[in-house]
Design a protein around this ligand. Structure first.
Ligand code: GLC
Ligand code: CA
Length: 571
């Protein structure tokens, strides 16, 4: 059993624009992060994943990079970065950078050159195709609506952009592109960063046919563009490119790597994270994020469906079991692209605190590296945006315009889907205290602050021993103390129960029993037969419980979560 440090770590994600603003321009910045490191230290996390801070015109809030070796003006300077990194290291925090190399900004110097002429030395850094029958080369829709192809007058070609037209995809077939990326990674590693979160990394190898064309996507929405993602998330050279990166860069550093991998299958997960033959430590898989939308619907995540807890059990268990002893899982419920977990999977009104703690418990006791997204540790909720004008995210703004304006869908229904799933839910400012703008900024924030900030904020949470924050702190501490949480083998209990999610983790004669109520009813729980009557101690719970001397059946209260450590093996 290898004891890589990142297997014992908990990662905290910072979305810098919304974390803390130090100079009153309404935009979070690096000095703001440095000023708030106490918060992270108190929580007890080990690693910070920092969403992009590089130079960017901000078409997609920094995920469109125009210079990989410089800092975005709004966030500060390279000197501010160095101060922040040193301050993190001083506190024993590691820093994981966001590596966005499926695409650049169209304002990156490479693309500015590339688009000038077909014989420009940078032209082949990107993906160009001739028109087909006077139109776009295929039927792909970009992630942020519209065609994935944009016309470039100077060369008489289209370029590919899987995201916005200001995010042209890099041509990874070109060895110069790979060398540039690897050198850039070295640049940051030389500064002392501790690893990379790799943006949509499973999209870098495109599925070219023998004639160099890219095939049409299956038609799921006749008469319109088609989602082409399914074709590019597992391209033929993906593993080869990642292994090259490992060999050239990653293998020379004891860093942490996590690849964002939309539509990743378990096979891909095992292959890429495999301890010996893989390339990355872990992936962000998306299967559990897709269970509350209608499978196969052309509207994708916007086609809402209530979560069936049994689906979540099946999905999580498959990943837990498949990667055990072979690869490694990342554990997440939220990030800057997802709505707030307590609003999505819990109850963000009556049971906000209870359900936020239950969800954290459920996630942190699984096998893998847990990720906490800023504000999750406070039980921050989705944002009650009043209208489309309040939105800032290119994805939501564009989907509203296309769904309503072009496809004629019902505006109220489209907006309801954005309220439930839109990325801006996670991007409202972190609520630090009950002062104006929640202590995020002395100026006007770039996106509205959630009106619940007077009750839900860090100052309140730190002062209240029963807060979501202190519960997360205890969860993180438990991981440090109990190897069974890091290494134990997972087993699902009650696969068909629609409300109680229970599982065990077993290691060396000890069993961790995790029992979570995902609803507001009061179901009963019977101990699994092999553990009945065994010695059990309560490790953590989100409601007061009289600790039993031996295992005994119990009734769960709404959103209750309990974790027991038992002497004996469950199976
Ligand atoms: C990833 C990022 C997301 C971004 C997209 C394009 O999914 O997490 O925020 O919009 O890639 O870079
Ligand atoms: Ca600022």
């Amino acid at each position: 059993m290898s004891e890589a440090w990142w297997k014992r770590s908990v990662v905290y994600q910072i979305y810098p624009r919304s974390f803390c603003d130090s100079n009153g321009d309404g935009i979070g910045d690096l000095a703001g992060i440095t000023a708030r490191l106490d918060h992270l230290q108190q929580l007890g996390v080990d690693v910070v994943w920092l969403s992009p801070v590089y130079k960017s015109p901000n078409d997609d809030n920094g995920y469109d990079i125009s210079d990989y070796r410089d800092i975005m003006d709004e966030f500060g300077t390279m000197a501010d970065f160095d101060v922040m990194l040193a301050a993190m290291h001083e506190r024993g925090l590691k820093l994981m950078m966001d590596l966005v190399v499926n695409h650049t900004s169209d304002e990156h110097a490479w693309f500015q050159q590339a688009r000038r002429s077909r014989d420009n030395p940078y032209h082949d850094y990107y993906i160009w195709r001739e028109p087909k029958d006077g139109r776009e080369p295929n039927n792909w829709e970009a992630a942020f609506s519209g065609s994935a192809w944009e016309w470039n007058e100077a060369t008489g070609e289209y370029y590919l952009h899987m995201f916005s037209r200001k995010q042209p995809d890099l041509n990874w077939e070109n060895p110069k592109v790979r060398a540039e990326v690897f050198e850039m990674m070295q640049f940051w590693l030389a500064k002392g960063v501790d690893g990379f979160r790799m943006d949509v990394i499973n999209m870098i190898s495109k599925p070219y046919r023998a004639d160099g064309s890219l095939p049409d996507a299956p038609v799921v929405r006749p008469g319109f563009l088609q989602p082409g993602f399914g074709l590019v998330t597992n391209g033929p050279r993906l593993l080869e490119f990642l292994r090259e990166m490992k060999q050239q860069v990653l293998s020379h550093h004891d860093g942490i790597t996590v690849g964002e991998a939309p539509l990743a299958t378990i096979t891909q997960g095992v292959e890429i994270t495999h301890e010996d033959s893989g390339a990355l430590n872990m992936l962000f898989q998306f299967e559990h994020m897709e269970l509350d939308s209608v499978a196969g619907h052309p509207n994708g995540k916007w086609a809402l469906k209530a979560l069936d807890l049994r689906d979540l059990k099946a999905t999580m268990s498959r990943w837990q079991d498949a990667l055990h002893g072979r690869g490694w899982n990342s554990l997440y419920l939220g990030n800057h692209d997802q709505p707030r977990p307590v609003s999505r999977f819990g109850d963000d009104e009556r049971w906000r605190v209870e359900s936020a703690k239950m969800l954290g418990t459920w996630l942190h006791m699984m096998q893998g590296t847990p990720y906490v997204y800023q504000g999750e540790e406070l039980g921050m909720t989705n944002m009650p945006f009043a209208s489309v004008d309040d939105l800032r995210d290119i994805e939501s703004i564009n989907v509203y315009q296309v769904a309503v304006g072009e496809r004629g869908e019902d505006p109220a229904q489209v907006f309801a889907a954005i309220l439930a799933k839109g990325r801006d839910n996670a991007r409202t400012p972190v609520q630090w205290d009950a002062t104006p703008n929640a202590g995020f900024s002395s100026g006007r924030p770039w996106i509205a602050v959630n009106p619940n900030c007077s009750d839900v904020n860090a100052a309140q949470a730190l002062a209240d021993p029963d807060s979501v924050f202190h519960h997360y702190r205890r969860l993180i501490e438990l991981r440090r103390r109990h190897p069974v949480i890091v290494h134990g083998r997972h087993a699902l209990l009650l696969p068909d129960d629609p409300q109680v999610y229970a599982y065990t983790r077993t290691l060396g004669g000890q069993t961790l029993l995790v029992v979570c109520n995902f609803g507001d009813q009061s179901p009963s729980f019977s101990w699994p037969a092999p553990l009945r009557g065994s010695r059990a101690s309560l490790l953590i719970a989100n409601l007061a419980v009289a600790e039993p001397a031996v295992a005994a059946d119990f009734t769960l209260r709404p959103y209750e979560a309990r974790v027991y450590l038992c002497q004996g093996e469950a199976s």
